[in-house]
Design a protein around this ligand. Structure first.
Ligand code: FES
Length: 264
C-alpha cells in the first residue's frame, strides 16, 4: 500500500501532501529562532558575570532575583541563600518556572510540536509519527500545569517591575538613562505577554454562566481577549526584549559602551 493510503481517516491519495507552498519555512524559522535564543540564554545564565551595573542599579532579568552567595551584595535584594557553584545560575529559583511557563504555553506548544516534533509540521501535511495520543499521557499530561506556572510568572513579573523601578538611580540619587528605557520596555512587554496568556483569559472570564451578571470581569475578559489575539507576537517579542535587555546590561557592565544618560 502506498504511503498516502496508509493513514487511517485520510483521503486515498498517494502524495505525502498536496501543499505546494513553502509550508516548511515557518517550522524551520521556529527551530532556528528558538535554538538561537536558548543558546544565548544558556551561555548567559552560566557566565555569572556582567549581569549588574552598580552605578545605576541595572540588573538583567536573567539574574533576577539574584539569590546566590556569588551575587554582588548590591544586586541581591531578596537575600542570598544559594551556594555559589558554577553550574547553579544566580537566579536558580525563578529560571525553572520561567522555562516551564514558556514550555507549557499554548503558543509555544504549537510551535515546537510543529517544528521540532513535526507532529504535524503544518496543516494538511501528515504527522511524522505513527501514533498520536495528544496530551493524555506523561510527560505531555504535565502541560495541564500551565495555569499554575502562570501564577509564578506573575510573581516574577512583579520582581522584574521592581528591578525596573529601582534602576531609576544614579550615584547622585535619581537618574534616567537609555538603560531605563530598555528595562521598562522589557517589563511592559513581559506584562503584556503574561496578561495575554490563555490561562489569564480563563481566570478573567471562565466558568461564568452570565457575563451580564459580572460586568467587571466581562470588561477584563474583553481586554485580555484582545491581547490574547496577539499572544504569538508577544511570545516572540518578549524573547527579543529579554535578550536585548540582557545584552545591554552586559555591555554596559563589561564596559563595551557606557549608558546614554538623560538625567545623571
Ligand atoms: S498560553 Fe502562552 S503564556 Fe499562557
Amino acid at each position: 500500500m502506498s504511503h498516502g493510503t496508509a493513514a487511517p481517516g485520510r483521503a486515498r491519495i498517494d502524495a505525502r501532501t498536496l501543499r505546494s507552498d513553502r509550508y516548511w519555512l515557518s517550522p524551520l524559522l521556529t527551530v532556528l529562532g528558538l535554538v538561537a535564543w536558548l543558546t544565548y540564554a544558556t551561555v548567559r545564565v552560566f557566565m555569572q558575570r556582567d549581569y549588574y551595573v552598580g552605578a545605576y542599579h541595572y540588573l538583567t532579568p536573567f539574574y533576577s532575583p539574584c539569590i546566590s552567595n556569588g551575587c554582588t551584595p548590591d544586586s541581591a535584594e531578596f537575600g542570598t541563600f544559594l551556594p555559589h557553584w558554577w553550574f547553579l545560575p544566580y537566579a536558580a529559583l525563578t529560571l525553572p518556572f520561567l522555562l516551564l511557563f514558556r514550555l507549557t504555553c499554548y503558543y509555544y506548544r504549537k510551535a515546537y510540536y510543529r517544528s521540532f516534533w513535526l507532529s504535524p509540521p503544518a496543516c494538511a501535511v501528515p504527522d511524522s509519527h505513527a501514533g498520536y495520543s495528544g496530551e493524555t499521557r506523561f510527560p505531555l499530561l504535565g502541560q495541564n500545569l500551565h495555569r499554575y506556572f502562570f501564577y509564578a510568572a506573575v510573581l516574577i513579573s512583579l520582581i522584574n517591575t521592581w528591578d525596573a523601578i529601582r534602576a531609576f538611580h544614579s550615584p547622585q540619587g535619581f537618574g534616567f538613562g537609555l538603560g531605563n528605557v530598555v528595562l521598562v520596555a522589557n517589563v511592559v512587554l513581559l506584562w503584556m505577554y503574561t496578561a495575554s496568556c490563555h490561562s489569564c483569559r480563563h481566570i478573567m472570564g471562565g466558568k461564568l454562566k452570565h457575563f451580564s451578571k459580572h460586568p467587571a470581569r466581562y470588561k477584563l475578559w474583553q481586554q485580555i481577549s484582545r491581547l490574547n489575539g496577539k499572544h504569538m507576537e508577544l511570545a516572540w517579542t518578549t524573547l527579543a526584549s529579554l535578550a536585548i535587555t540582557d545584552f545591554y546590561v552586559m555591555a554596559v557592565s563589561a564596559g563595551w559602551f557606557s549608558d546614554l544618560r538623560f538625567i545623571h
